[in-house]
Design a protein around this ligand. Structure first.
Ligand SMILES: Nc1ncnc2c1ncn2[C@@H]1O[C@H](COP(=O)(O)OP(=O)(O)O)[C@@H](O)[C@H]1O
Ligand SMILES: [Mg+2]
Length: 351
């Protein structure tokens, strides 16, 4: 059973040229065919490099951007095809928490005003008195003093401001919260507090999360399932423990190998995979597997010509790689590594 289900979601932004910006000369394939599902009360962690389309996907779920193709089914209703007036009824139930709390909080509004704005718009609370009571409860829940009501955003620390951002979502009593890089702007020492708070709130309020981060470490413990994005699509998805224990896609392996391990013995002996080349532009993505231009295991032909589907390799561990099984078995050659050369299917093309 899923509360939120995406099926083949695409968001292509037109690139306009000409004096009146009326000529479409191409598209940015920001999100290019993402399917995933989130069960009620669970957390889906979405990770990937900056620019791979995470925020755009989050915005597509809330329909804050036009969806080019695909379905966003929330609680049985396809939001992608809903007329705007009907979408309004669903807006309250899906909320977003942003990376930069200060940028998303109006500096001239006090906290009561910021938090009651959305409530009034959605008809929550009979009057301001009732709304204030509700806000006070939520402020306590997120660990802020109730005297915060009459204060302004600049009077709070970064961590507190993120708590205000979370409270602003919570007062609307949502079912799903999309947390877009919720701790990226915070000191490392504060990050764990905010992640722990999100977990407590999920438990006590029965919330469903999509947590977006460029940092693998951030989503690891809070997520039930983690999806790894590269240039607009998912390259791997698995239960959080499985993904971190046995990443199968070359891109995920490379991301993981960049995270330091505290144990020096392990740190010295573990596999390191360095990605060569820059992240290609989503306006001009590579043919075939989008990762083939940077993949250390790239094989001739297939990788550059055929786009691999996200396939379940067993137990819900999904990978979009033509050679995932062979790489795991060590039977395809990795470029720049003679040792794993047991049974190369086809020699890697020199580049
Ligand atoms: N409104 C927009 N118009 C055109 N291009 C956009 C727009 N929003 C995002 N993009 C582009 O889409 C790609 C994905 O961006 P984004 O979703 O912000 O990635 P992420 O959140 O993973 O860093 C980027 O190349 C970005 O420049
Ligand atoms: Mg982003």
């Amino acid at each position: 059973m899923s509360l939120l289900e995406l099926d083949g979601v695409k968001v292509h932004f037109p690139v306009k040229k000409g004096i009146f910006f009326d000529r479409t000369v191409g598209h940015v394939y920001a999100v290019d065919g993402v399917s995933l599902s989130v069960a009620p009360g669970q957390t889906y962690g979405l990770v990937g490099e900056s620019g791979c389309g995470k925020t755009t996907l989050g915005r597509a779920i809330l329909r804050l951007v036009d969806i080019t193709a695909g379905d966003v089914v929330f609680d049985g209703t396809d939001l992608a095809k809903l007329p705007d007036e009907e979408m309004r009824r669903f807006r309250r139930r899906l909320q977003m928490v942003f990376q930069d709390p200060l940028g998303s909080l109006n500096p001239r509004q006090n906290i009561e005003s910021i938090l009651s704005e959305g409530m009034a718009a959605h008809g929550i609370g009979a009057d301001q008195e009732e709304r204030r009571g509700r806000i006070q409860q939520i402020l306590t829940k997120v660990g802020l003093p109730t005297n915060a009501l009459s204060r302004y955003p600049h009077e709070f620390s970064g961590g507190q401001r993120q708590r205000i951002g979370i409270a602003r979502a919570l007062v609307l009593e949502p079912d799903v919260i999309i947390c877009d890089e919720p701790v990226s702007a915070l000191d490392v020492s504060i990050q764990a507090q905010v992640i722990n708070l999100l977990e407590e709130l999920q438990e006590s309020m029965g919330l469903t999360y999509v947590v977006i981060a460029h940092d693998l470490a951030v989503v690891r413990h809070i997520s039930d399932v983690v999806g790894v994005m590269y240039l607009g699509s998912l390259v791997e998805e698995a239960a959080s423990d499985t993904l971190y224990a046995e990443p199968k896609h070359p891109y995920t392996r490379a991301l993981m190998s960049a995270v330091p391990v505290p144990d020096p013995a392990v740190e010295d002996s573990r596999e390191r995979i360095l990605l060569t080349g820059d992240l290609p532009s989503p306006a001009n993505p590579p043919t075939g597997c989008r990762f083939h231009t940077r993949c250390p295991w790239k094989q001739e032909k297939l990788c550059a010509t055929e786009r691999p589907e996200l396939k379940d390799l067993g137990g819900g561990h999904k990978v979009a790689c033509h050679y995932a099984a062979e790489i795991a078995a060590g039977t395809v050659q990795r470029r720049g590594d003679g040792s794993a050369a047991a049974l190369a299917l086809t020699p890697a093309a020199p580049d």
